[in-house]
Design a protein around this ligand. Sequence first.
Ligand SMILES: Nc1ncnc2c1ncn2[C@@H]1O[C@H](COP(=O)(O)OP(=O)(O)OP(=O)(O)O)[C@@H](O)[C@H]1O
Ligand SMILES: [Mg+2]
Length: 363
Amino acid sequence: MSAVRIEGLAKAYGKHAILRGLDLAIKAGECFVLLGPSGCGKTVLMRLLAGFETPDNGRVVIGDVEVAANGVNAPPDRRGIGMVFQDYAVWPHMSVRDNVSYPLKLATVPADERERRTQQALDHVGLSGLEARMPSQLSGGQQQRVALARALVSKPALLLLDEPLNNLDANLREEMRFEIRELQQQLGITVIYVTHDQEIALALADRIGIMDEQGRLRQIGAPAELFDQPIDAYVYRFLGIANFVPMKKRGANWYFPDGVETWKGAPPNLPGEHLTLGCRPFDIVLSHDGQGLPGIIKRASFLGAQMDYLIEVGGVTLRAATDSRHALDQMQRFAEGTDCLVNFRSAQWFENAVPANQGEAHA
Ligand SMILES: Nc1ncnc2c1ncn2[C@@H]1O[C@H](COP(=O)(O)OP(=O)(O)OP(=O)(O)O)[C@@H](O)[C@H]1O
Ligand SMILES: [Mg+2]
Protein backbone atom coordinates (compact mmCIF):
# COMPACT_ATOMS: atom_id res chain seq x y z
CA MET A 1 0.00 0.00 0.00
CA SER A 2 1.20 3.48 -0.79
CA ALA A 3 1.52 5.80 2.15
CA VAL A 4 0.55 8.72 -0.04
CA ARG A 5 -1.09 8.72 -3.44
CA ILE A 6 -1.33 11.92 -5.44
CA GLU A 7 -3.33 11.83 -8.65
CA GLY A 8 -3.75 14.62 -11.18
CA LEU A 9 -3.10 17.27 -8.58
CA ALA A 10 -3.52 20.80 -9.95
CA LYS A 11 -3.19 24.17 -8.31
CA ALA A 12 -3.10 27.68 -9.74
CA TYR A 13 -3.05 31.12 -8.16
CA GLY A 14 -5.07 33.36 -10.44
CA LYS A 15 -3.72 32.67 -13.91
CA HIS A 16 -0.44 31.33 -12.58
CA ALA A 17 -0.52 27.54 -12.77
CA ILE A 18 1.82 25.98 -10.20
CA LEU A 19 0.98 22.27 -10.38
CA ARG A 20 -0.49 20.89 -13.60
CA GLY A 21 -1.79 17.43 -12.88
CA LEU A 22 0.89 15.88 -10.71
CA ASP A 23 0.96 12.12 -10.12
CA LEU A 24 3.09 10.60 -7.40
CA ALA A 25 2.96 7.56 -5.14
CA ILE A 26 5.05 7.46 -1.97
CA LYS A 27 5.72 4.08 -0.42
CA ALA A 28 5.11 3.38 3.24
CA GLY A 29 8.29 3.82 5.28
CA GLU A 30 10.24 5.56 2.57
CA CYS A 31 12.08 8.83 2.71
CA PHE A 32 11.11 10.66 -0.45
CA VAL A 33 13.01 13.83 -1.25
CA LEU A 34 11.51 16.42 -3.52
CA LEU A 35 14.27 18.43 -5.14
CA GLY A 36 13.64 21.47 -7.30
CA PRO A 37 14.55 25.10 -7.90
CA SER A 38 13.17 27.97 -5.89
CA GLY A 39 9.59 28.83 -6.79
CA CYS A 40 8.80 25.57 -8.61
CA GLY A 41 5.95 24.64 -6.29
CA LYS A 42 7.47 22.40 -3.62
CA THR A 43 5.93 24.25 -0.70
CA VAL A 44 2.61 24.53 -2.52
CA LEU A 45 2.61 20.74 -2.88
CA MET A 46 3.42 20.27 0.81
CA ARG A 47 0.66 22.68 1.81
CA LEU A 48 -1.77 20.73 -0.34
CA LEU A 49 -0.70 17.49 1.34
CA ALA A 50 -0.99 19.06 4.77
CA GLY A 51 -4.44 20.48 4.05
CA PHE A 52 -3.58 24.17 4.24
CA GLU A 53 -4.58 24.62 0.60
CA THR A 54 -7.41 23.22 -1.51
CA PRO A 55 -6.49 21.65 -4.85
CA ASP A 56 -8.21 22.91 -8.00
CA ASN A 57 -8.24 19.38 -9.28
CA GLY A 58 -7.02 15.90 -8.46
CA ARG A 59 -6.90 13.66 -5.44
CA VAL A 60 -4.75 13.03 -2.39
CA VAL A 61 -4.96 9.77 -0.47
CA ILE A 62 -3.00 9.35 2.77
CA GLY A 63 -2.87 5.78 4.03
CA ASP A 64 -6.26 4.55 2.89
CA VAL A 65 -8.10 7.80 3.53
CA GLU A 66 -8.99 10.15 0.75
CA VAL A 67 -8.16 13.53 2.25
CA ALA A 68 -8.63 15.72 -0.81
CA ALA A 69 -10.83 15.14 -3.85
CA ASN A 70 -13.79 16.79 -5.54
CA GLY A 71 -14.69 19.36 -2.98
CA VAL A 72 -13.58 17.28 0.03
CA ASN A 73 -10.61 18.73 1.88
CA ALA A 74 -9.85 17.27 5.29
CA PRO A 75 -8.36 19.81 7.72
CA PRO A 76 -4.68 19.44 8.72
CA ASP A 77 -5.38 17.95 12.16
CA ARG A 78 -7.41 15.13 10.59
CA ARG A 79 -4.65 13.91 8.29
CA GLY A 80 -2.35 12.14 10.74
CA ILE A 81 0.72 14.03 9.66
CA GLY A 82 3.55 15.80 11.42
CA MET A 83 5.29 18.70 9.80
CA VAL A 84 8.22 21.03 10.06
CA PHE A 85 8.07 23.85 7.59
CA GLN A 86 10.63 26.29 6.23
CA ASP A 87 10.25 28.77 9.10
CA TYR A 88 10.24 26.18 11.84
CA ALA A 89 8.62 28.50 14.41
CA VAL A 90 8.87 27.20 17.94
CA TRP A 91 6.74 29.19 20.35
CA PRO A 92 9.10 31.57 22.16
CA HIS A 93 6.93 31.99 25.24
CA MET A 94 6.71 28.25 25.92
CA SER A 95 9.32 25.94 27.43
CA VAL A 96 10.74 23.09 25.40
CA ARG A 97 8.41 20.67 27.17
CA ASP A 98 5.33 22.81 26.52
CA ASN A 99 6.24 23.36 22.88
CA VAL A 100 6.47 19.64 22.30
CA SER A 101 3.42 18.60 24.29
CA TYR A 102 1.17 21.26 22.82
CA PRO A 103 -0.27 19.13 19.99
CA LEU A 104 -1.21 16.47 22.55
CA LYS A 105 -2.91 19.06 24.70
CA LEU A 106 -4.92 20.19 21.69
CA ALA A 107 -5.89 16.59 21.09
CA THR A 108 -6.93 16.35 24.80
CA VAL A 109 -4.57 13.50 25.55
CA PRO A 110 -4.61 12.79 29.32
CA ALA A 111 -1.80 14.44 31.32
CA ASP A 112 0.20 11.32 32.25
CA GLU A 113 0.24 9.98 28.71
CA ARG A 114 1.09 13.45 27.45
CA GLU A 115 4.06 13.58 29.79
CA ARG A 116 5.28 10.14 28.72
CA ARG A 117 5.00 10.80 24.98
CA THR A 118 6.58 14.23 25.24
CA GLN A 119 9.53 12.72 27.05
CA GLN A 120 9.82 10.01 24.43
CA ALA A 121 9.78 12.53 21.56
CA LEU A 122 12.43 14.62 23.33
CA ASP A 123 14.58 11.50 23.83
CA HIS A 124 14.29 10.68 20.15
CA VAL A 125 15.74 14.02 19.12
CA GLY A 126 18.35 14.12 21.88
CA LEU A 127 16.87 16.93 23.94
CA SER A 128 16.27 15.24 27.28
CA GLY A 129 17.59 17.40 30.08
CA LEU A 130 16.57 20.62 28.35
CA GLU A 131 12.81 20.31 28.97
CA ALA A 132 12.57 23.40 31.15
CA ARG A 133 14.53 25.73 28.88
CA MET A 134 12.94 28.48 26.87
CA PRO A 135 13.66 28.59 23.10
CA SER A 136 15.78 31.73 23.55
CA GLN A 137 18.15 29.60 25.66
CA LEU A 138 18.68 27.10 22.85
CA SER A 139 20.98 27.03 19.83
CA GLY A 140 19.50 27.02 16.32
CA GLY A 141 20.04 23.28 16.04
CA GLN A 142 18.36 22.64 19.38
CA GLN A 143 15.37 24.74 18.36
CA GLN A 144 15.24 22.69 15.20
CA ARG A 145 15.05 19.55 17.31
CA VAL A 146 12.19 21.02 19.32
CA ALA A 147 10.27 21.57 16.09
CA LEU A 148 11.06 18.01 15.07
CA ALA A 149 10.00 16.57 18.43
CA ARG A 150 6.77 18.53 18.22
CA ALA A 151 6.12 17.09 14.77
CA LEU A 152 6.79 13.56 16.04
CA VAL A 153 4.91 13.64 19.32
CA SER A 154 1.55 12.78 17.74
CA LYS A 155 3.15 9.65 16.21
CA PRO A 156 2.30 10.60 12.66
CA ALA A 157 2.54 7.95 9.96
CA LEU A 158 3.67 10.71 7.61
CA LEU A 159 6.15 13.47 8.29
CA LEU A 160 6.38 16.47 5.98
CA LEU A 161 9.67 18.35 6.19
CA ASP A 162 10.00 21.49 4.11
CA GLU A 163 13.60 22.77 4.12
CA PRO A 164 13.77 22.27 7.88
CA LEU A 165 17.55 22.74 8.01
CA ASN A 166 17.77 26.03 6.16
CA ASN A 167 18.54 28.15 9.17
CA LEU A 168 21.41 26.00 10.36
CA ASP A 169 25.10 26.37 9.64
CA ALA A 170 26.79 23.87 7.33
CA ASN A 171 28.16 21.52 10.02
CA LEU A 172 24.95 21.32 11.94
CA ARG A 173 22.99 20.83 8.77
CA GLU A 174 25.14 17.87 7.91
CA GLU A 175 24.79 16.37 11.37
CA MET A 176 21.03 16.89 11.46
CA ARG A 177 20.41 15.29 8.10
CA PHE A 178 22.00 12.05 9.36
CA GLU A 179 19.95 12.28 12.52
CA ILE A 180 16.74 12.76 10.58
CA ARG A 181 17.61 9.75 8.47
CA GLU A 182 18.30 7.63 11.53
CA LEU A 183 15.15 8.73 13.25
CA GLN A 184 13.08 8.04 10.17
CA GLN A 185 14.45 4.50 9.93
CA GLN A 186 14.17 3.85 13.63
CA LEU A 187 10.54 4.97 13.78
CA GLY A 188 9.65 3.51 10.41
CA ILE A 189 7.71 6.59 9.38
CA THR A 190 7.16 7.86 5.88
CA VAL A 191 8.91 11.15 5.19
CA ILE A 192 8.50 13.64 2.39
CA TYR A 193 11.42 16.00 2.53
CA VAL A 194 11.64 19.14 0.43
CA THR A 195 14.91 20.82 -0.41
CA HIS A 196 16.86 22.47 -3.18
CA ASP A 197 20.13 21.16 -1.77
CA GLN A 198 21.33 18.14 -3.73
CA GLU A 199 23.70 16.97 -1.01
CA ILE A 200 20.89 16.69 1.51
CA ALA A 201 18.79 14.93 -1.10
CA LEU A 202 21.46 12.37 -1.93
CA ALA A 203 22.25 11.70 1.72
CA LEU A 204 18.67 11.29 2.91
CA ALA A 205 16.58 9.86 0.17
CA ASP A 206 15.37 6.38 -0.64
CA ARG A 207 14.03 8.04 -3.76
CA ILE A 208 14.36 11.53 -5.15
CA GLY A 209 11.86 13.33 -7.36
CA ILE A 210 13.30 16.16 -9.44
CA MET A 211 10.80 18.93 -10.06
CA ASP A 212 11.22 21.52 -12.81
CA GLU A 213 10.11 25.16 -13.05
CA GLN A 214 6.76 24.07 -14.48
CA GLY A 215 6.00 22.05 -11.36
CA ARG A 216 6.45 18.76 -13.23
CA LEU A 217 8.34 15.77 -11.93
CA ARG A 218 11.09 15.22 -14.48
CA GLN A 219 12.47 12.03 -13.01
CA ILE A 220 11.97 9.87 -9.95
CA GLY A 221 14.48 7.31 -8.76
CA ALA A 222 17.00 6.16 -6.19
CA PRO A 223 19.86 8.64 -5.69
CA ALA A 224 22.46 6.50 -7.47
CA GLU A 225 20.06 5.83 -10.32
CA LEU A 226 19.44 9.53 -10.94
CA PHE A 227 23.12 10.25 -10.61
CA ASP A 228 24.12 7.52 -13.09
CA GLN A 229 21.22 7.67 -15.50
CA PRO A 230 19.73 11.15 -15.55
CA ILE A 231 17.11 11.33 -18.27
CA ASP A 232 18.19 14.79 -19.31
CA ALA A 233 20.61 17.63 -18.68
CA TYR A 234 18.18 19.30 -16.31
CA VAL A 235 18.28 16.35 -13.92
CA TYR A 236 22.05 16.03 -14.36
CA ARG A 237 22.57 19.67 -13.40
CA PHE A 238 20.42 19.28 -10.34
CA LEU A 239 22.52 16.56 -8.79
CA GLY A 240 25.85 18.34 -8.67
CA ILE A 241 28.12 20.84 -10.32
CA ALA A 242 27.91 20.24 -14.05
CA ASN A 243 29.99 21.23 -17.05
CA PHE A 244 28.06 21.34 -20.31
CA VAL A 245 29.73 21.50 -23.71
CA PRO A 246 27.81 21.95 -26.97
CA MET A 247 29.34 19.40 -29.37
CA LYS A 248 29.03 19.14 -33.14
CA LYS A 249 29.43 16.09 -35.32
CA ARG A 250 31.43 16.28 -38.54
CA GLY A 251 32.16 13.05 -40.35
CA ALA A 252 32.86 10.44 -37.73
CA ASN A 253 34.12 12.91 -35.14
CA TRP A 254 32.55 14.97 -32.41
CA TYR A 255 34.09 18.45 -32.20
CA PHE A 256 34.48 20.77 -29.27
CA PRO A 257 33.28 24.37 -29.74
CA ASP A 258 36.67 25.53 -31.07
CA GLY A 259 36.03 23.29 -34.09
CA VAL A 260 39.49 21.74 -33.71
CA GLU A 261 39.61 19.38 -30.75
CA THR A 262 37.69 16.14 -31.00
CA TRP A 263 36.10 13.84 -28.45
CA LYS A 264 38.28 10.78 -27.90
CA GLY A 265 35.97 8.83 -25.60
CA ALA A 266 33.08 6.51 -26.41
CA PRO A 267 30.72 8.11 -28.95
CA PRO A 268 27.20 9.05 -27.91
CA ASN A 269 24.40 6.57 -28.22
CA LEU A 270 21.98 9.23 -29.43
CA PRO A 271 20.85 10.46 -32.83
CA GLY A 272 21.62 13.94 -34.15
CA GLU A 273 24.65 16.03 -34.99
CA HIS A 274 24.35 18.53 -32.17
CA LEU A 275 24.51 17.12 -28.68
CA THR A 276 25.52 18.32 -25.25
CA LEU A 277 28.38 16.69 -23.40
CA GLY A 278 28.04 16.75 -19.63
CA CYS A 279 30.83 16.10 -17.16
CA ARG A 280 31.41 16.68 -13.45
CA PRO A 281 34.51 18.35 -12.03
CA PHE A 282 35.81 15.00 -10.74
CA ASP A 283 35.33 13.41 -14.18
CA ILE A 284 38.18 15.52 -15.51
CA VAL A 285 41.73 14.21 -15.17
CA LEU A 286 44.65 16.60 -15.55
CA SER A 287 48.22 15.68 -16.33
CA HIS A 288 51.49 17.30 -17.31
CA ASP A 289 52.35 14.82 -20.01
CA GLY A 290 51.00 11.89 -22.01
CA GLN A 291 47.79 11.97 -24.02
CA GLY A 292 45.00 14.50 -23.75
CA LEU A 293 43.46 17.70 -25.00
CA PRO A 294 45.63 20.78 -24.54
CA GLY A 295 44.28 23.06 -21.83
CA ILE A 296 45.27 26.18 -19.95
CA ILE A 297 44.69 26.63 -16.23
CA LYS A 298 42.74 29.85 -15.82
CA ARG A 299 42.20 29.62 -12.11
CA ALA A 300 43.53 27.31 -9.42
CA SER A 301 42.06 27.36 -5.92
CA PHE A 302 43.14 25.30 -2.96
CA LEU A 303 39.92 24.36 -1.12
CA GLY A 304 41.38 22.15 1.58
CA ALA A 305 40.30 18.66 0.60
CA GLN A 306 40.36 19.46 -3.07
CA MET A 307 41.98 21.57 -5.73
CA ASP A 308 39.47 23.41 -7.84
CA TYR A 309 40.44 24.49 -11.35
CA LEU A 310 38.98 26.44 -14.22
CA ILE A 311 40.45 25.17 -17.45
CA GLU A 312 40.18 26.50 -20.94
CA VAL A 313 40.01 23.61 -23.36
CA GLY A 314 38.51 23.16 -26.82
CA GLY A 315 36.95 26.62 -26.80
CA VAL A 316 35.12 26.21 -23.47
CA THR A 317 35.90 26.75 -19.83
CA LEU A 318 35.47 23.69 -17.64
CA ARG A 319 35.47 23.31 -13.92
CA ALA A 320 37.69 20.49 -12.69
CA ALA A 321 38.49 19.16 -9.24
CA THR A 322 41.26 16.93 -8.00
CA ASP A 323 41.98 15.43 -4.64
CA SER A 324 44.41 17.81 -2.87
CA ARG A 325 46.39 15.08 -1.18
CA HIS A 326 46.95 13.40 -4.50
CA ALA A 327 47.78 16.75 -6.07
CA LEU A 328 50.39 17.48 -3.41
CA ASP A 329 51.92 13.99 -3.30
CA GLN A 330 52.11 13.39 -7.01
CA MET A 331 53.30 16.84 -8.00
CA GLN A 332 50.07 16.99 -9.96
CA ARG A 333 49.39 20.51 -8.94
CA PHE A 334 48.84 23.07 -11.65
CA ALA A 335 49.58 26.76 -11.39
CA GLU A 336 47.42 29.45 -12.93
CA GLY A 337 48.43 30.30 -16.47
CA THR A 338 50.23 26.97 -17.11
CA ASP A 339 49.45 24.33 -19.70
CA CYS A 340 47.93 20.96 -18.89
CA LEU A 341 46.50 17.92 -20.63
CA VAL A 342 42.85 17.11 -20.15
CA ASN A 343 41.25 13.67 -20.15
CA PHE A 344 37.74 12.60 -19.22
CA ARG A 345 37.21 9.73 -16.81
CA SER A 346 33.54 9.69 -17.70
CA ALA A 347 30.93 11.88 -19.34
CA GLN A 348 27.29 11.78 -20.35
CA TRP A 349 25.57 12.89 -23.54
CA PHE A 350 22.29 14.75 -23.72
CA GLU A 351 19.91 15.71 -26.44
CA ASN A 352 18.69 18.91 -24.92
CA ALA A 353 20.56 22.06 -25.73
CA VAL A 354 21.94 23.58 -22.56
CA PRO A 355 23.47 27.04 -22.42
CA ALA A 356 27.22 26.65 -22.98
CA ASN A 357 29.21 26.11 -19.88
CA GLN A 358 29.48 29.36 -17.97
CA GLY A 359 27.93 30.69 -14.77
CA GLU A 360 26.55 27.70 -12.96
CA ALA A 361 29.65 25.58 -13.13
CA HIS A 362 31.51 28.46 -11.55
CA ALA A 363 29.07 28.88 -8.69
N1 LIG B 1 -0.71 31.95 -1.66
C1 LIG B 1 -0.14 32.20 -2.85
N2 LIG B 1 -0.67 33.09 -3.71
C2 LIG B 1 -0.11 33.33 -4.90
N3 LIG B 1 1.00 32.73 -5.36
C3 LIG B 1 1.60 31.84 -4.55
C4 LIG B 1 1.07 31.52 -3.26
N4 LIG B 1 1.87 30.60 -2.70
C5 LIG B 1 2.85 30.35 -3.59
N5 LIG B 1 2.69 31.08 -4.70
C6 LIG B 1 3.55 31.04 -5.90
O1 LIG B 1 3.68 29.70 -6.30
C7 LIG B 1 4.98 29.43 -6.80
C8 LIG B 1 5.57 28.26 -6.09
O2 LIG B 1 5.81 28.61 -4.73
P1 LIG B 1 6.45 27.62 -3.66
O3 LIG B 1 6.42 28.33 -2.37
O4 LIG B 1 5.76 26.31 -3.75
O5 LIG B 1 7.93 27.49 -4.20
P2 LIG B 1 9.08 26.52 -3.63
O6 LIG B 1 9.35 25.48 -4.68
O7 LIG B 1 8.72 26.05 -2.28
O8 LIG B 1 10.33 27.50 -3.59
P3 LIG B 1 11.49 27.67 -2.45
O9 LIG B 1 12.51 26.61 -2.76
O10 LIG B 1 12.02 29.04 -2.70
O11 LIG B 1 10.85 27.53 -1.12
C9 LIG B 1 5.75 30.73 -6.64
O12 LIG B 1 5.77 31.40 -7.87
C10 LIG B 1 4.96 31.49 -5.61
O13 LIG B 1 5.10 32.88 -5.81
MG1 LIG C 1 9.40 26.41 -0.40
